[in-house]
Ligand binder design. Sequence first.
Ligand code: GLU
Length: 445
Amino acid sequence: MVTTRFAPSPTGRLHVGNVRTALLNWLFARQSGGRFLLRLDDTDVTRSSEVFAASIRADLDWLGMTPDGEARQSARLARYDEALARLAASGYAYRAYETPEELDIKRRLRLARGLPPVYDRAALALTEADHLRLAAEGVAPHWRFRLSPDLPHAWDDLVRGPSRIDPASLSDPVIRRADGTWLYLLPSVVDDIDMGVTHVIRGEDHVTNTGVQLQMFEALGAAPPAFGHAPLLAGSDGKLSKRLGSIGVAEFRAAGIEPLAVKALLARLGTSQAVEPVADEAELIAGFDLSHLGRATPRFDEAELAALNAKILHQLPYAAVRDRVPLDEAAWTAVRGNLSTLSEAAQWQAVIEGPVPVPDLPPEDRAYLAEAAGVLSALRFEPNVWRALTDRLKAHTGRRGRALFLPLRLALTGRAEGPDMAGLLPLIGQPAALARLQAASQASG
Ligand code: GLU
């Protein structure tokens, strides 16, 4: 069964780049009827917090991407110990003792000699007696993973196509610190094996990690998942800006953005498919294809999200909003075409119910509205009553365009702009509409 995972560290709120990574994994899993898991990478206990873990879950829920399961690394430390023991036994993990200062000197010396600044593996020459002596002196080792040209280091990336790293170009990565804490690389591999992860979709900042982790899967005797690396998002200015790091679900909610709009934009950003105001997420799931992702840096633009949000609202069926708006279906259908955010719907319900402010109009418009009230009182209040009213007024008064419509709109809604009056007037109803026309016709200018 296809299994993907979203693996944030609970050290902060999700930002839009994280949301996109989660979405790509969610879409992939949903498309194939698979599982989408949340894994909390919380081995850094000083920076991880329950508050952020809870906010990550809440954000995924709001987005409609509730995970099918959850694991957290802090609860799985024994599994990482076991994996390290196996790697040590097979010679793929080894103990080293260099301090950061010593490593820095080594790096400089190698660079000065024109050599790549990778770790020289001096620790591999230590004997068991050396290790015992160091232990007796109270010096604890850190652990490195031994990269090898004989282990796999090429893969067919779901986004980038054939990809590889050169193991000789990298230092053997430190996988566990001298204080016993874990770095990200090995725990992630152990988790992916234990959780049955089949596809890892993440940002292209992890490409090198993938080369290393492929070797770890093999060294642990496990089949690796498929990998896909998406280009990282940039801001609308084209920069991998700090600003993006501060935009997340809280900002979307405050701006009245629908979860569907977030998904519709992020699913298509940087792909060959157009960003469209889809009617539901099923369209996004059906059309999802990682190979449509390009290599160029996609730009996330809040203005584009706001515009897409409006377009989505304009066609959103009542069933999608009935629990969230104080409107009945007819009112929703009448006003949705005018909304930028869902919260604006309530204002139009208030307009339908009234009272509305009485506009201050010049005498000729007041006379016109008195005539309108007369015409309206003689009309049957049918769904097309707006058309009937304005056709008659046009014929009687010779008014056209703005002069014909604006006074009516002002009197009936108290505003100069808004949803199509043809939809609103039947909802306002005949008695209220007559009262509003009369009030506006009598207001002293
Ligand atoms: N915690 C890692 C990150 O957020 C997970 C990377 C991965 O998907 O393996 O970058």
